[in-house]
Design a protein. Structure first.
Length: 312
């Protein structure tokens, strides 16, 4: 049973993406970490998105978010500006991605301004932006019961100390396995996760792409494979959709972080992400239903039982 809907705020990129995979391509589709996250989280909780866009971001794009009930009041429209643009290409091994182009545009001068409503966030997700900006947003939401962040190799390489300081201010870190190794310089994820927790966070979630995700707390460990799909068209945004499902579920549970909630949250994150990669960008999200997510959650339950296949 879901308890009352709380409020979940995400700050991150809002983008147009050009993506090529061995199975197709798109020249210009809606993307950005905050978009993927908020659409995924909207299946569980009330979401407010904080970001900036230019004149090229029109009603059609707003509608994708609003149709899923995402609150867009804190999207800043910069007159005369252009929305962040990212182009990437995937190899046959979809775990390998090459960035072809990054045009920061309005995102280059982004200074997140949170409305009073967003400052009241119960759950806060600092998606992949400059660690300094993440810290500023964190400071604007002192009442958040659960603050989480994501990051990427760019910031590990160029703003490592700042990122470590930001990590010290959150409860949960969600990062790719390679990034955890790169940041902590530890050879195993167990040591890497422990090192991150020593900085402050109580929880570390390691995203392992096609291989699933692992959750570390001081007392426990939980790991889940990715849902076995025959066809994957485009992995873009899967990491953010995973985070959206995970934090959306936690937020809907009143911010609970007991072991059962965390395991279920990781499973919901994995279920949502599995739909994302079946089509390009966030195209699948527009037709996705909560019932479909529940079916996949149950499939995970059957798939991962070590005591034979459960009947109910
Ligand atoms: P993911 O596949 O979950 O890592 O996220 C993909 C999204 O990240 C795409 O929709 C891009 O628009 C966005 N993105 C790519 N590069 C950056 C960057 N440097 N800063 C913020 N967002 C980015």
């Amino acid at each position: 049973m879901l308890s009352r809907r709380m409020s979940l705020v995400v700050v991150g990129s809002i983008a147009f993406d050009a993506v090529k995979t061995p199975f197709g391509e798109r020249d210009r589709m809606l993307g950005g970490s905050a978009v993927h996250f908020s659409l995924a989280a909207s299946f569980f909780s009330d979401v407010r998105v904080v970001g900036s866009v230019g004149d090229d971001f029109g009603e059609q794009e707003y509608a994708v978010l609003r149709d899923r009930g995402v609150n867009t009041d804190d999207i800043e429209h910069v007159p005369g500006g252009k929305t962040f643009f990212w182009a990437g290409e995937y190899e046959w091994n979809l775990n390998i991605r090459h960035t072809l182009d990054t045009q920061l545009n309005v995102f280059g001068d982004f200074a997140p301004k949170l409305s009073e409503a967003s400052k009241q966030a119960d759950t806060l997700f600092l998606a992949n932006i400059q660690p300094e900006l993440q810290r500023e947003v964190r400071a604007q939401c002192p009442g958040a019961r659960l603050a989480a962040l994501d990051s990427m190799n760019l910031w590990i390489e160029t703003a490592r100390d700042s990122l470590l300081r930001t990590i010290a201010t959150v409860d949960m870190v969600l990062m790719n396995d390679d990034e955890v190794r790169m940041l902590t310089e530890q050879p195993t994820l167990v040591r890497g996760a422990r090192e991150l927790m020593e900085l402050g966070p109580r929880m570390v979630v390691v995203k392992q792409g096609e291989y699933g995700a692992s959750l570390f707390t001081e007392e426990s460990f939980f790991s889940l494979p990715a849902y076995p799909l025959e066809t994957v068209l485009d992995p873009t945004g899967a990491g953010d959709a995973f985070a959206g499902g995970l934090l959306g579920y936690i937020d809907a549970q009143g911010g609970a972080d007991d072991e059962t909630t965390l395991r279920r949250a990781t499973t919901y994150g994995s279920a949502v992400a599995s739909f994302w990669v079946e089509e390009f960008g966030c195209e699948r999200a527009e037709r996705l239903t909560r019932e479909e997510i529940e079916e996949r959650f149950e499939a995970f339950r059957r798939m991962t039982s070590v005591e034979g296949v459960p009947t109910a």
